[in-house]
Structure formats: C-alpha cells, structure tokens
Design a protein around this ligand. Structure first.
Ligand SMILES: *Cc1c(COP(=O)(O)O)cnc(C)c1O
Length: 307
C-alpha cells in the first residue's frame, strides 16, 4: 500500500467555539489513502504484511453488505497482490449494492451466507470448512480487530497531535480506540463514542485493552448515549446534524460512525464538557463509501465529496 500521506486536518471555525474558548480540529483519516480509507488503512496494514510474510496467496474476512471493512480489505489486498475473499452476511448479494460492486471490481471473491451460518464466523470447524472449500487463507476477523490491527491503529497519533487535550473517535469493535489509547499522552483524554447500543461497552473495552496489555497513560472516557437507536440506526436529528456539519465546515460525515462521533462532540461542547483552553481533535475514521449504499436503501440524501 502507499504510505499514508501527511494526514490533513481541518480546523473548525464557529462562534460557539470562540465564545467557549475551545479549539476543534478534524483529523481527516478519510483522506489518508486514495482507496483504503480511514482507520481501516491502519487496521489492515500489518495484517496484510503478515499474510505476505507467511506466504499466503489469499486473505479471507467477514462483513455486512455495506461494510467499510469489506470495501477496504478488497482495495488493500488488491494493491498487495493478494486474492481477497469476503464472506458476506445474507445469502442474496444485491448486484446493485455499491460496496459489493466495488469489492468485486477490486477482485474480491464474494460469498453470501445465511445469518445463522454467519454466527459461526469464529468457530474453528467453520473456518476449516471454508479452507477446504476455498483453499488456504490468512484470516482477518470481522471488523478487522486483532493484535496487528491495534499495532496499526497505535500509529494514528504522532508527536503532531501532542498539543491536543482531547481526542475523539467512534467505536465499533474498539480496535481503533485501543490503538489510540495505547499512544495517548498523560495529559490527554480519549473520548470513545460508541456506534452501537449497549451499556456493556465500557466493560468490553476494558477487557479488550487488558487482552492486548494496553495500559493507557492518558484518561479514557466512554460515551454510550450517542448511538441514535443502535448500530446502523439513525435519527432525523443525526441526519440533520450531518447536513449542518457539511454546510458549516465542508466536511462530509457518515451516519454509521463519524456522524455519531461528531454529533457527540458538538453536544458535549454545548454542555460545556470541554473547559476553556481545551483543544479537541475529532478523528474522522472514514466510512464515506457507505453513504452511497445508505442513500440507496433509505432514500435519504447525504453530503458527499463526490457531489
Ligand atoms: C470500522 C469503522 C469504525 C470502527 O472501528 P473499530 O476499530 O472497529 O472500533 C469507525 N469508523 C469508521 C468510519 C469505520 O469504518
């Protein structure tokens, strides 16, 4: 893969920020790579290097039909000369689905399986069965989180971000949150905004950090009240916010992850969560490819850099 460019960031200009003496900036991981977008670039980087090192010809992973992870894995494997296989939740693969269409064009072999079978995605017997059917492969788990993914997401922050008091990220499986927690500085606070509904998420994050021996030097805050109904669910308020954010700052967001993260940060700003003098970095983890499919299945228009 191409090495990441100097990651661009956009400073937000708004009277409320001036009034509360808070600075906000958006780190544009959505622009980190032309085809492997967002946090997925970092999560895949060492996994694909490992697959090549182990002389694998194929990588196999799991995902939903609109998954950013499927899209990014197809693109990244293609660039590395690896065959990719996507096991997709749901038997019937819609040929008009833009995510799957892209994945297929990038050379991914797509295999739709029933929701029941899909639940076996971590069972060794099922993974062996797939090996017999499709040949030997390097496994990347659903959502892409494993030790090598966290090694990658630990590289998102560098000394360029040492002046921020707060960093905010969306949480799906928590691989990105873990990597950021790993590279946090003592004076920094990491806000993890869950895209999923569930009060157990703070405990799950604690266990994930423990499993990967991560003891953050900074402080970690988990926000579980900004899911807007649950994973891939949305509210009119969220969609309205995404449009407002685009009109105000020229930054496109997605409704699954980054919209909820930015919504949370703006809500916290209004509630004076950030003390005067705070410098807040919103990490835009990408996901914009999903906007096309979202509009296709809901009829709701979203801002898009592609127009
Ligand atoms: C996958 C994804 C996430 C969640 O990342 P995790 O490491 O699974 O927590 C967040 N934002 C976007 C845009 C994603 O595609």
């Amino acid at each position: 893969m191409l090495p990441p460019q100097q990651i661009p960031s956009t400073q937000l200009q708004h009277p409320l920020l001036d009034q509360l003496k808070v600075e906000m900036e958006v780190m544009r991981l959505d622009q980190v790579h032309p085809t492997v977008s967002g946090n997925k670039y970092f999560k895949l980087k060492y996994n694909l290097a490992e697959a090549l090192k182990q002389n694998h010809k194929q990588v196999l992973t799991f995902g939903g039909a609109y998954s950013n992870h499927i899209h990014a894995t197809a693109a990244a494997a293609n660039l590395e000369g690896l065959q990719s296989i996507g096991i997709i939740r749901g038997e019937l693969l819609d040929s008009l689905n833009p995510t799957l269409r892209y994945a297929k064009e990038a050379g991914m072999i797509l295999k739709g399986i029933s929701r029941e079978l899909y639940r076996n995605k971590i069972q060794p017997e099922f993974l062996d069965q797939l090996r017999q059917e499709l040949g030997e492969y390097y496994l990347i788990p659903e959502g892409g989180t494993n030790a090598l993914a966290i090694q990658g997401t630990s590289e998102i922050l560098s000394s360029n971000q040492s002046n921020f008091s707060h960093l905010a990220t969306s949480i799906g499986t928590g691989g990105t949150f873990s990597g950021l927690a790993n590279s946090l500085l003592p004076q920094q606070e990491l806000l993890g905004i869950s895209a999923l509904k569930g009060e157990a998420i703070p405990e799950e994050m604690k266990q994930l950090l423990h499993a990967h021996s991560i003891q953050s030097k900074g402080s970690l805050s988990l926000m579980t009240q900004y899911h807007h109904g649950g994973y891939a669910k949305w509210t009119a308020e969220l969609i309205e916010f995404i449009h407002w954010f685009w009109e105000s700052f020229g930054i496109p967001l997605d409704p699954i992850y980054t919209g909820k993260m930015a919504f949370a940060c703006w809500d916290l700003l209004q509630k004076k969560y950030f003390k005067p003098g705070s410098r807040v970095l919103l990490i835009h983890t990408g996901g914009l490819q999903g906007n096309l499919g979202f509009t296709q299945r809901t009829g709701i228009l979203l801002p898009s850099p592609l127009g």
